[in-house]
Design a protein around this ligand. Structure first.
Ligand code: SF4
Length: 406
């Protein structure tokens, strides 16, 4: 039978099954059934741990990102603990504070589990008073007297941290409100990481890191200097911008190869990141038991990627690079003299289009005042486009972001 005519082809099957991911493949929806399947496939049933820099802490290689409705998903949190996903990442702003409140609900219900959790939250403030005020609010919401790791949220330059920050960190650690300190970054990550290593008082960093970024010399150097400085690293945005429309042979070879080895493309992308043993953990948004199970099972899988797998990823990244913003905002934003938050707008589009997180995309977008949006729409982005290493159509994309998210 002609497979193309029957509506079924190898290409079509690989793209559907291998690329679409486990979410579309799982037919079971009962919690008990999923747990049973998982138990059969997952060895000792606990996500392994790695050292987090020189902190002396070992953290699970898979962390639970808290950008979802935690109050309504307490069962998922319970299951995460059961599978050893005990690194929990949240922020004062996630879900309008409900992410932290949901964690508080959990700790109130299961106080004996509090000590098992490596708890991370973040501050949108930069000044010491603002940071104290947000930290105390976070502690109150989460019903805890301390957090393990406190991040300044989303820096784009190491200059956002100074001696006042350092003093605040020392004081707050001495008061036993935070154990470790650092920052998250999705803009100019490599520069921020290198700058942190020079500072000498940063314990941990969460940065955008995936199969697209990990092979660049700049990122390799940044990871190396952090390793030397003993800074613990957590990777985020590990799916590399999600699915890209392409029909390259490399994509098909990847899909076929990973399927044969029992991985979905999403799982394979996680495995590619874990290949770098200095990445202590991956922070992953897992708002359903299916996703949690899929990610936890691949975290427990001890099979190593071969050089062929890594090379396929490198080639695939090269062939599909044009659609992915590298976060090098010091290039495009300086080209328009800092008059537009290009990186934030690209991030909004990525959340909305690639991760199907329109709510979070709008939350970031709505922080741009309406008057600024109107001004930004009139700007000429051609100087930024000429310098963009990905040759992204910045002006067009910004217009689309404003249209789609307003
Ligand atoms: S738009 Fe281009 S220059 Fe700007 S951050 Fe993205 S990849 Fe870098």
């Amino acid at each position: 039978m002609n497979k193309e005519k029957s509506g079924f082809s190898r290409r079509g099957f690989l793209k559907t099954a291998g690329i679409a991911g486990i979410g579309s493949m799982l037919s079971v929806d009962s919690f008990a059934k999923i747990s049973e399947q998982f138990a059969q496939s997952a060895g000792d049933g606990i996500v392994p741990k790695r050292a987090f820099g020189k902190t002396g802490e070992n953290v699970p290689i898979l962390g639970l990102g808290g950008m979802f409705d935690i109050p309504s998903n307490q069962l998922l949190m319970k299951q995460a603990v059961k599978w050893g996903v005990t690194y929990w990442d949240t922020a004062d702003c996630y879900e309008g504070g409900n992410s932290e409140r949901g964690i508080g609900m959990y700790f109130e219900k299961y106080p004996e589990e509090t000590k098992q959790i490596f708890l991370v939250t973040k501050s949108d403030a930069r000044d010491p008073d603002g940071m104290s005020s947000l930290l105390y609010r976070s502690l109150e919401r989460m019903k805890t007297s301390y957090v393990d790791l406190y991040f300044i949220h989303g820096i784009s330059s190491i200059d956002e941290l100074d001696n006042k920050t350092k003093n605040w960190v020392e004081k707050t650690k001495a008061a036993k409100k935070i154990r470790f300190f650092g920052f998250s970054t999705h803009s100019n990550m490599e520069d921020c990481m290198t700058g942190a290593a020079r500072l000498g008082w940063i314990d941990g960093i969460m940065m955008t890191y995936n199969f697209r970024l990990m092979h660049s010399d700049r990122m390799k150097r940044a990871v190396e200097v952090c390793e030397k400085a003993g800074i613990g690293l957590t990777a985020m945005k590990t799916q590399g911008g999600g699915q890209v429309k392409t029909s390259s042979e490399t994509e098909l070879r990847m899909a076929g190869r990973f399927m044969k080895n029992g991985y979905t493309d999403k799982q394979a992308r996680l495995k590619a990141v874990w290949e770098n043993h200095y990445i202590a953990s991956i922070c992953s948004q897992m708002p359903s038991i299916n996703i949690l199970m899929s990610n936890a099972s691949v975290a427990m899988d001890r099979t190593k990627f071969s050089s062929v797998d890594i090379d396929l990823f490198r080639r695939y990244a090269g062939e599909t690079s044009g659609a992915y913003c590298l976060g090098c905002t010091n290039i495009c934003e300086s080209a328009v003299a800092g008059t537009a938050p290009v990186g934030n707008l690209m991030r909004c589009l990525m959340y909305s289009r690639n991760y199907n997180e329109q709510g979070w995309a709008r939350e970031i977008f709505n922080k741009i005042p309406v008057a600024d949006r109107e001004r930004i729409l009139k700007l000429d982005f051609s100087p930024a486009e000429q310098k963009c290493p990905q040759q992204m159509e910045i002006g067009k994309l910004i217009k689309e972001a404003c249209f789609e998210l307003s």
